[in-house]
Design a protein around this ligand. Structure first.
Ligand SMILES: NC(=O)c1ccc[n+]([C@@H]2O[C@H](COP(=O)([O-])OP(=O)(O)OC[C@H]3O[C@@H](n4cnc5c(N)ncnc54)[C@H](O)[C@@H]3O)[C@@H](O)[C@H]2O)c1
Length: 441
């Protein structure tokens, strides 16, 4: 296993920024050649990414970089001692032997890591949310255009068999006209509210505080901020960028939708006041020009609605989608005007029920059996979605075909979160400029 000295860990890299930015021409990855991977940030999610990468043949993790020593040691162990630890992510970018970079740093770092990696000629797999602000998304899109490199964003749900089946069903028209979607993400535990345990060996000797802060405002060393960064606006957009991004990616995928035109939202911090400056409860309404409205809600104070659950409501049926699959419920509502016509003169009421159409549609028990409700259930099967998401990304790296969740899709999903946060903070309706792909001023 690679050993990591304190000097190498905390010291400045020997490489200058200029060397890393020099735009070394990328090594072509042939259809059968091995894809080499450098991982920037090896936190909790990146360890899951690492295991998913290992399940993809023809790939090798060659270098890892992180701001906490303990996670690097564990990562190297997970690669069987093969990955090299580097003190500065710029060393990964300057290494011509690295084809692909994964970015799983805290959100305030994503844009910098992605843009620099693209400029260094790497293809990038970046965790959601792609950005910390909508403006950052435009910079990433521009860099993709200039460099021709690939970006795949890590909202892996759309690579699950469940979401692919659900999309097929919705696109086939089985739900009729979908005009409303409800999606929620509720939790009621400290860990669900991001109050994660802090490793007992964490200290200025094992944690590189300046590396973590990067573009964020300067502050004194603070382990809570380092390990629970989602709770603070300096590094995260809270519930919207952490959870709603997944919901919006899925909705855009299922509905073939681009972006909401208008958003209103309210967010409050009701309970976990000691641990954060972001809300623990948000309700948002997103209006889509494709002809439907979305209600997003999340609270960390009750867990009745399961994690990431959706209700997609159409004129002919509803699709209830959760982690382990979905159910389709056909609409069975019968016309019923009894309480109206009972107030008419008796002979008009009697005449009303002589009408064949009324008899067919309003008299119970007369509905033909073929339209009686049948609930259809789909249970998730197949490989875990992150493994498949990487499989599809590596196929793009080899074929140079567009990725399944490219920078534009990632920018839009993250921008939904930024719209929601802007609306909640200003308590005003916020609009999207679809021409400029950014928030309307
Ligand atoms: N797709 C998903 O389902 C999913 C799930 C969890 C997290 N995520 C995303 O993954 C990202 C990481 O989240 P996490 O839960 O792993 O957080 P984490 O705090 O566990 O990991 C972040 C890691 O980044 C390191 N780090 C900080 N600054 C760095 C820098 N400048 N260079 C290198 N390393 C740096 C930290 O030391 C830490 O190990 C977030 O963007 C999060 O939204 C996605």
């Amino acid at each position: 296993m690679s050993r990591l000295s304190r000097r190498a860990f905390l010291g400045t890299s020997a490489l200058s920024a200029a060397a890393a930015q020099s735009g070394s021409s990328p090594r072509p990855v042939g259809p059968n050649s091995r894809i080499t991977i450098g991982m920037i940030a090896l936190g909790a999610r990146a360890h899951e990414l690492l295991e998913a990468i290992k399940r993809n043949q023809g790939t090798e993790i060659v270098a890892v970089c992180d701001a906490y020593k303990g996670r690097l040691e564990r990562a190297v162990q997970r690669t069987g001692g093969r990955a090299k630890i580097v003190a500065d992510y710029k060393e990964i970018l300057a290494d011509k032997g690295v084809d692909v970079v994964t970015v799983a740093s805290p959100d305030h770092w994503h844009k910098t890591h992605v843009v620099e990696a693209l400029k260094a000629g790497k293809d990038v797999y970046c965790e959601k949310p792609l950005t910390y602000s909508a403006e950052e998304g435009l910079e990433i899109l521009e860099t993709v255009k200039q460099t021709g490199r690939l970006v795949q964003v890590g909202s892996q749900g759309m690579s699950s068999a469940t979401q692919q089946q659900a999309r097929e069903m919705i696109q086939s028209g089985k739900l009729g006209k979908v005009t409303m979607i409800r999606a929620s993400y509720n939790r009621n535990t400290a860990s669900g509210a991001w109050i994660y345990p802090i490793p007992p060996d964490a200290s200025p000797a094992t944690v590189n505080w300046d590396m973590f802060l990067g573009p964020a405002p300067k502050r004194a060393f603070d382990l809570a901020r380092f390990f629970r960064w989602r709770c603070y606006k300096d590094y995260s957009g809270g519930i919207a960028t952490d959870l709603f991004v997944h919901l919006c990616t899925t909705i855009h995928f299922l509905m073939d939708a681009k972006m909401p035109s208008s958003v209103v939202a309210m967010g409050q911090l009701y309970r976990w006041k000691e641990s954060r400056d972001v809300p623990d409860t948000i309700n948002a309404i997103l209006e889509y020009p494709e002809g439907f409205t979305v209600n997003l809600s999340s609270t960390f104070n009750n867990q009745l609605a399961a994690e990431g659950s959706f209700q997609i409501l159409g004129t002919e049926g509803s699709l209830l989608l959760g982690g382990g699959g979905f159910t389709f419920h056909p609409e069975t509502a019968l016309e019923d005007n009894r309480w109206i016509v009972e107030s008419w003169p008796k002979k008009l009421e009697d005449a009303y029920y002589q009408d064949a159409k009324v008899q067919r549609e309003e008299l119970p028990g007369t509905r033909p059996p073929q339209v009686m409700p049948t609930v259809q259930t789909y249970r998730e099967r197949g490989l875990e979605s992150t493994i498949v998401h990487f499989q599809r990304f590596f196929e793009s790296v080899r074929s140079r075909k567009p990725t399944v969740q490219d920078a534009l899709l990632g920018h839009r999903a993250a921008a939904c979160a930024h719209l929601i946060n802007r609306a909640a903070e200003t308590r005003k309706l916020v609009q999207w400029d679809s021409q400029k792909e950014t928030i309307r001023a």
